[in-house]
Design a protein around this ligand. Structure first.
Ligand code: GLC
Ligand code: GLC
Length: 810
């Protein structure tokens, strides 16, 4: 069953039924100001950091679900309704929510009144615009009341949802004409405030929620709206809202527009402490002056559309597979931008108050983003590296506003350091900008401790080789990529959280996954040093990679697949000897991705085992058989019911690893099949089973052991977006940036016999035409560059060439 449809020409997903299985959301904003917006206008806004500078309040776990947002109530005297259906839930004669790139557009009709509402965050602005158009489709004139509504958050979202004894005496607002200012905490000499305004005279307002809702009132039927009035309240303590009331009369066919602006403002630095409690309104009014007319709004929307057209032009494919084209050209890259911006901080499943920017997460997100805006990727790498410790270990997370490592979580996830090499290598391959390696970067955000980024990479590399276990494999620490495989946390007390207690280090528990990662990224580190002329260091890296390679084949191979780990007692995890958890996906995908065991024939064997033991029609499960009971020595992984999350769920993130691995051994049909199974556009018509948005990836799909097999969880913020884009763009379609040029090496399924790719790379445009006439899938028979046959499949980078025409025959 579908709840809408794709419109590729508009780059939109259009939802036609508001009762989607879950809220289907979109992200507005790209730089500092962000909003989440659902298909019923729910969601919230924040400035830079969803925990520390939250503008509007949102209640997770609320009932009914998703009932806080930017709401516009329309009262025509008989009926009260909202263009996004919530919160009144009045049935509409027409409902459409168009989620587009950086905007959401609602088109609704009720009793011959039409509303168009466009919500977006303009480029380079710290505000959300709600551009609302009302039109009378009736033959007689109509009188309406339009009432706006947002509920302000008192900035620190954790404090806001816990410290009520204080907060309920804090709230303050100010209203001047149509401008509503939220100034709670300004008195403490903070320099920021929020405002909510409309470019139209108003007939009334409210800022006190108690008065607006009435005693025990519901947001679905606020007293002010049902009584068709406003109380002109100034919040003083209690909950602060922003609500405008506008009375409107529309002649037949007439339409009127309103520009609502919800914004964040800071006083100029030098005025910060001068007048506590008094808001300097100039910054807010500056912004408002840019959004007074329809033409200004339309121009901002055009700029936003151009911005996305330009970004997405960097990688496009044309081929007979409409769904793949749609994902590659639009949604997969769009999601990569969102994961780059948000890491795992703010979604409908991540409250914005817990996890900030993940070290490993953000490094991986960058792999799918670096081609879009390399300059931002560069800065991100430097920010991330600054949270590394001197011994090479890293904070696991950091706060986006402060960019400082999170002390509560700390370090000890032994895969983390290596992801920094992964991110930096991908940046170098995309840009050729080696100057980044010379940048001075702090350790532990401490200005007195800084060294070059290259030195940071060295510490990452050294961290692994100085933390090896009895089999010469890397110690796992608190966990590796699989956060829930806590092999050293067996002393945890009941009720204690998994990642923060128990010994984080142990001298025995080892990870075959990190071993595979090490082979791959030690080689990258070696290559970077080779290119820099550091011969000693490059040999040191290659030698260590080779040694690890041998250790994996010796003690990390189980006979038909790669082992997962050794636990703290030296017992195998992910072996045929185990009763449960015999085979795990991660080392199969990543070891082969690192080319471990390809020439020995192990790769085919382990990938066949994956197909035999882990495959389902909805994707590849993380491990099998699922753990039926809790195992103290394995940790959080066995805390989930079978089929969920890391306990044998289909963890989408590592499906592309297996797909990439399949391309490396030339099995294009299987690689594509894996790609297709979890890809949202291909499963759009089972939305009632899949439940999350059909235009973006989710973190997890319930595995075969779960009663709700096929149901997805945790949409949007997942490393799946980046890894899938790497998989489809670089391995299936085969356009791989390398240190000194672009490599063309597709691995296609039989059904794709011809395709065109346009790739922008270091200022040059590559028009690549691929023919796969015999369905061979992989291996280039012939390649013509600007009409000349070349040997090999790399187009070495040459400066000042504007474009290339490339013909490839497989
Ligand atoms: C709050 C505090 C309490 C304090 C009182 C007066 O109730 O919890 O510790 O004594 O305010 O300031
Ligand atoms: C979550 C985490 C990620 C981790 C994965 C597997 O997606 O954000 O860091 O690798 O789970 O446990």
């Amino acid at each position: 069953m579908k709840y809408g449809y794709f419109n590729d020409a508009q780059k939109e997903y259009i939802i036609t039924n508001p009762m989607t299985p879950k809220p289907w959301i979109n992200y507005l904003g790209n730089e500092d100001f962000f909003s989440l917006i659902s298909n019923t206008c729910g969601g919230y806004s924040f400035y830079k950091d969803a925990k520390l500078l939250r503008l509007t309040r949102y209640r997770y776990n609320n009932v009914p679900a998703d009932t806080n947002g930017r709401y516009y109530f329309i009262n025509d005297g008989d009926t009260i309704w909202n263009p996004g259906w919530q919160p009144t839930q009045t049935p509409l004669d027409l409902y459409e929510c168009h989620h587009g790139l950086g905007y959401s557009y609602f088109n609704s009709i009720k009793d011959k009144i039409e509303v168009n509402l466009t919500a977006f965050v303009p480029l380079h602005e710290s505000c959300e615009i709600n551009y609302l158009k009302l039109k009378n489709l009736d033959v007689s004139s109509r009188k309406l009341t339009l009432t706006s509504y947002v509920e302000f958050c008192f900035w620190n979202a954790v404090d806001d949802s816990t410290n009520f004894q204080r907060n309920l005496s804090l709230g303050e607002a100010e209203v001047i004409g149509s401008e509503i200012y939220h100034k709670t905490e300004y008195r403490e000499r903070r320099n920021h405030y929020a405002y909510y305004s409309v470019n139209h005279p108003i007939n009334g307002y409210d800022t006190d929620q108690d008065a607006f809702l009435g005693p025990y009132g519901r947001i679905g039927a606020p007293k002010a709206v049902t009584e068709n009035t406003s109380y002109n309240t100034l919040a003083s303590g209690g909950t602060v809202i922003g609500s405008h009331r506008i009375e409107i009369c529309l002649e037949p066919g007439e339409e009127k527009t309103f520009i609502f602006v919800l914004g964040y403002a800071e006083n100029p630095e030098n005025e910060k402490w001068e007048a506590p409690g008094i808001i300097n309104k100039t910054p807010a009014r500056d912004t408002l002056s840019r959004f007074q007319t329809d033409e200004q709004v339309k121009e901002a929307l055009r700029s936003l559309a151009n911005y996305w057209d330009e970004l997405l032009s960097k990688y496009t494919v044309q081929c007979s597979d409409e769904k793949m084209s749609r994902m590659v050209n639009i949604w997969n890259q769009y999601q990569c931008m969102v994961t780059f911006n948000m890491s795992r901080s703010a979604s409908y499943f991540e409250s914005g108050t817990g996890r900030g920017m993940g070290f490993r997460d953000s490094c991986q997100d960058l792999l799918g983003f670096v081609h879009l805006i390399p300059e931002r990727a560069r800065q991100r790498i430097l920010d991330i590296a600054a949270t590394q410790m001197e011994d090479g270990s890293t904070y696991h997370q950091y706060q986006p506003l402060t960019k400082r490592g999170n002390l509560d979580i700390g370090s000890g996830f032994n895969d983390d350091p290596l992801w920094l090499i992964a991110a930096t290598a991908s940046y170098l391959k995309e840009t050729g900008d080696y100057s980044i390696l010379k940048e001075q970067v702090e350790f532990d955000n401490n200005p007195s401790k800084a060294d070059t980024l290259l030195e940071h990479l060295k510490r990452s590399f050294d961290y692994t080789i100085s933390h090896l276990g009895p089999h010469g494999l890397p110690l796992i620490g608190r966990a590796d990529w699989n956060d829930c495989l806590n092999l050293n946390c067996f002393s945890k007390e009941p009720g204690e959280s998994f990642q923060t207690t128990g010994p984080s280090e142990g001298p025995v528990a080892e990870s075959v996954f990190i071993a595979g990662m090490f082979v791959k990224y030690a080689r990258e580190y070696g290559k970077i040093n080779e290119l820099l002329g550091n011969r000693y260091e490059s040999h040191r890296a290659y030698d260590a990679a080779n040694l690890m390679y041998d250790s994996i084949l010796k003690d990390g191979w189980d006979g038909e697949w790669f082992l997962r780990a050794y636990d703290a007692f030296g017992n195998k995890v992910g072996s045929h000897e185990n009763e449960e958890g015999k085979i795990f996906i991660e080392p199969q995908g990543f070891c082969v991705l690192a080319e471990v065991g390809i020439k020995e024939g192990y790769a085919e064997s382990c990938l066949d085992s994956v197909e035999k033991m882990l495959d389902t029609k909805y994707g590849i499960m993380l491990q099998q058989p699922a753990y039926q009971t809790y195992h103290l020595s394995l940790g959080e992984i066995s805390s989930y019911p079978p089929g969920y999350k890391e306990n044998a769920g289909i963890f989408c993130h590592n499906n592309p690893w297996v797909s990439i691995a399949e391309t490396l051994i030339g099995r294009g049909n299987r690689a594509f099949e894996i790609y297709r199974r979890t890809c949202p556009a291909y499963i759009e018509n089972i939305s009632e089973i899949h439940r999350t948005e059909p235009y973006v990836y989710s973190q997890m799909i319930a595995g075969a052991d779960a009663p709700k097999h096929g149901e997805a969880k945790n949409s949007w913020l997942t490393g799946t977006a980046a890894w899938t884009f790497v998989n489809v763009s670089q391995y299936i379609l085969g356009i791989q940036p390398d240190y000194d040029g672009l490599v063309i090496d597709p691995c296609l399924p039989d059904e794709i016999t011809e395709l065109d790719i346009t790739r922008h790379y270091r200022g040059t445009i590559y028009h690549i035409h691929v023919k796969n006439p015999h369905g061979r899938g992989k291996g280039i028979k012939e390649m013509l560059v600007n009409g000349h046959r070349i040997t090999g499949n790399k187009i070495a980078y040459v400066e000042n060439i504007l474009d290339y025409e490339i013909e490839v025959i497989i």
